[in-house]
Design a protein around this ligand. Structure first.
Ligand SMILES: Cc1cc2nc3c(=O)[nH]c(=O)nc-3n(C[C@H](O)[C@H](O)[C@H](O)COP(=O)(O)O)c2cc1C
Length: 166
C-alpha cells in the first residue's frame, strides 16, 4: 500500500519594528516545521504582495500603531493577491494595558478596545480575498516588548489550531 502524505505549505509575512513580531513569527515557523509543515517566513519588505507563492495557509503578523496595523502591513494586506480558495490567519502584537502615568488608573475596556483594532482592520483588508481560519493577539509588556510571559505556549497552541484547519 502506498500512503500519500501531503505536506502543508505555510507562508508567513510579518512586519516588526522592535523585534517581538519577528521573534514570534520565527518561532511559529519553527513549530509548524516541527509538526511537518513546509514554512516560509518573510519580512514584508522581502515579498511582493501581488506575487505571493501558492500555499495552503497565509499568516500575516503586524505591530499596532494607534490601534491600527502598522502602515507597511496595511499596504501589504491591501495589495496582497491570494489564490482563489486561500486560507489565512492574522497575528497582532499589542501592548499590555498600562496605568495612566498621572492618575494611576487603568484604561477602561472601551479605551483599550480603541487601541486594539489591528486584527479587525486586517480582516477588513483580507476578508474578500480568502477564508480566515484563526487569529492571535500576542501581548508585549512595554512599548517595545518583551513578549508576554508564556508567549511560546500561546504560539504552540496557535500552531496546533492552524495545523488542524489548513
Ligand atoms: C508610535 C507607537 C504607537 C503604538 N500604539 C499602540 C496601540 O495603539 N495599541 C497597542 O496595543 N500597542 C501600540 N504600540 C505598541 C506596539 O504594539 C508594539 O511596539 C509592537 O506590537 C511591538 O511589536 P514589534 O516588536 O514586532 O515591532 C505602539 C507603539 C508605538 C511605537
Amino acid at each position: 500500500m502506498v500512503t500519500l502524505v501531503l505536506e502543508m505549505k505555510v507562508e508567513i509575512y510579518y512586519e516588526s519594528k522592535s523585534g517581538n513580531g519577528r521573534i514570534a513569527m520565527t518561532k511559529l515557523g519553527e513549530v509548524l516545521s516541527a509538526r511537518g509543515a513546509t514554512v516560509g517566513v518573510h519580512h514584508v519588505s522581502e515579498a511582493k504582495p501581488k506575487e505571493l507563492p501558492q500555499a495552503d495557509l497565509y499568516v500575516f503578523s503586524s505591530p499596532t500603531r494607534i490601534g491600527k496595523p502598522i502602515g507597511s502591513m496595511r499596504r501589504f494586506a491591501k495589495k496582497a493577491k491570494l489564490p482563489s480558495g486561500a486560507k489565512y490567519a492574522v497575528v497582532a502584537t499589542y501592548m499590555e494595558a498600562q496605568p495612566d502615568k498621572k492618575t494611576g488608573q487603568m484604561p477602561t475596556a472601551e479605551e483599550t478596545a480603541k487601541y486594539r483594532r489591528n486584527i479587525q482592520m486586517m480582516d477588513e483588508r483580507l476578508s474578500g480575498k480568502g477564508t480566515k481560519v484563526a487569529d492571535l493577539s500576542l501581548m508585549v509588556k512595554g512599548m517595545k516588548g518583551p513578549l508576554e510571559d508564556g508567549w511560546e505556549a500561546k504560539l504552540a497552541a496557535f500552531a496546533d489550531r492552524l495545523m488542524g484547519k489548513a
